[in-house]
Design a protein. Structure first.
Length: 307
């Protein structure tokens, strides 16, 4: 039995709860995944997975075994990559996960420049807002908006992620409310709301009228569209469907040409009260020793960080 291969298969099945998904990842039949894990179970004399016709679940012993092997498997993978690149030009696969709206604007020209310098490096670029866990998910570098994560990774701040209220001039004229807009005016307007991985993104308004200490209050909105897709929201926004609270970098060209305008408000708005939000590049400390990862991280941080 190829125990290392069996361990790799088991680790990913424990993470994905699916033979099919792991088979697609490793480009082998699902039956091969199942057979090698059965061999592993036989050699250990324990059941690691409970199988049924509909699902696969990790047993209690399987969960313990997963915890014990995960760090060692990650170190083995990193050691293989590190040693294999010591005497050759940097090569191999770099898996990057990035927010769709940010990645589509920023990454293609930069990765093209990098590829011209290092043609033996291949990018696997995944656009997603989903929350990831570096070390568990098959990702080398992630770019996410929000605040620095609590997980044990290196987080390089690339820029601020300030949100501004925008609309088309035509929608503001149709709204017929005096500027700057009050909280009441915003709550009666049509809005375009983003749904993130953890649910609907609320808007918060700083109420400083009735207290010596201003308080952030959540607005009750009347959305005309809710979506987890930034392009869908941008299309509705440009078609005069309502107000949107967006990162200041996301529709820069439309703001520059006045197709969209920043809408003034009586008090600040935010999606993350009392938190400093930004855009971060994330990676594991151990992976930074691998030449291709180090080169890519340094290049992206230099190119994307606001000076």
């Amino acid at each position: 039995m190829d125990k290392i291969r069996a361990l790799r298969y088991f680790k990913r099945v424990a993470e994905l709860d699916s033979f099919t998904a792991v088979a697609q990842e490793f480009h082998v039949p699902a039956s091969s995944i199942s057979r090698r894990i059965r061999d592993l179970e036989a050699s250990l004399g324990v059941t690691l997975l409970q199988r049924s016709t509909r699902q696969v679940e990790v047993t209690e012993l399987g969960k313990l075994y997963y915890t014990l092997i995960s760090k060692g498997m990650a170190q083995l993978d990193q050691a293989d990559e590190l040693i294999s690149q010591q005497h050759d030009a940097p090569s191999g696969l770099i898996r990057i996960s990035c927010m769709p709206s940010y990645g589509e604007q920023k990454l293609p020209p930069l990765l093209e420049q990098f590829s011209q310098r290092y043609p033996n490096i291949i990018f696997d670029l995944h656009y997603s807002d989903d929350i990831i866990s570096l070390g568990k998910d098959p990702i080398d570098i992630a770019i996410r908006g929000g605040y620095a994560p609590d997980e044990h990774v290196i987080a390089k701040r690339l820029s601020s992620n300030q949100f501004i209220l925008v609309a088309t001039p035509q929608y503001i004229e149709r709204l017929g409310q005096p500027l700057p807009l009050t909280a009441a005016s915003i709550q009666t307007a049509s809005t375009l709301q983003y749904r993130g991985p953890n649910g609907l993104i609320d808007w918060h308004y700083l109420n400083n009228k009735h207290s010596d200490k201003p308080q952030w209050e959540t607005l009750t909105l009347s959305p005309s569209l809710i979506s987890n897709n930034a392009k869908a929201l941008a299309t509705a926004l440009l078609n005069h469907r309502g107000l949107a609270l967006i990162p200041n970098w996301s529709l820069y060209d439309h703001l520059k040409t006045k197709t969209l305008i920043e809408v003034p408000t009586e008090s600040p708005l935010t999606v993350a009260p009392n938190r400093d939000i930004g855009i971060f590049l994330l990676y594991e400390r151990n992976k930074y020793q691998i030449p291709k990862i180090q080169l890519c991280v340094d290049f992206l941080v230099k190119q994307l960080t606001d000076i």
